[in-house]
Structure formats: C-alpha cells, structure tokens
Write a new protein. Structure first.
Length: 69
C-alpha cells in the first residue's frame, strides 16, 4: 500500500518532500481545528503560504544537486 510518506516518482526527493510538506500542513491545521470548516482551510492555507518560499528554495537545491536538470 502506498501512502504520502513512502511515495516515489521520477523526481523522488523533490516530489516526496513536497507531498510531506502539504500533508504536514494539513495535519497541523487539523489539530488546530477539528471540523472541516473554512477556519481549518484558512490555517492550512496560511501554514502552506508562510513556508512555501523556503520550501521551494530547498526543493530547488535538491533538484539541482540531484543532477536531474
């Protein structure tokens, strides 16, 4: 069985880290607000947006260092 924590693709590390990032943001938002309501979506979006630039820099570095370019 495949899940977000073990998923692999042709861009292994970049794809996996991206999936983990959004999954973790979803879980944090879920812990803040239990119900599926707009407030929870607000927290999920805010968490993703706050760290997305940093994540993109890290993933870009991984991509460049992987030799996949």
């Amino acid at each position: 069985m495949t899940n977000a924590w073990s998923f692999r693709s042709s861009c292994d590390d970049v794809t996996t880290h991206g999936i983990r990032y959004f999954t973790l943001a979803h879980e944090v938002a879920q812990n803040l607000v239990q119900l599926h309501i707009p407030e929870r979506e607000f927290y999920f979006s805010a968490i993703c947006a706050k760290y997305l630039v940093s994540l993109s820099r890290i993933l870009n570095t991984l991509w460049l260092n992987s030799g996949s370019v």
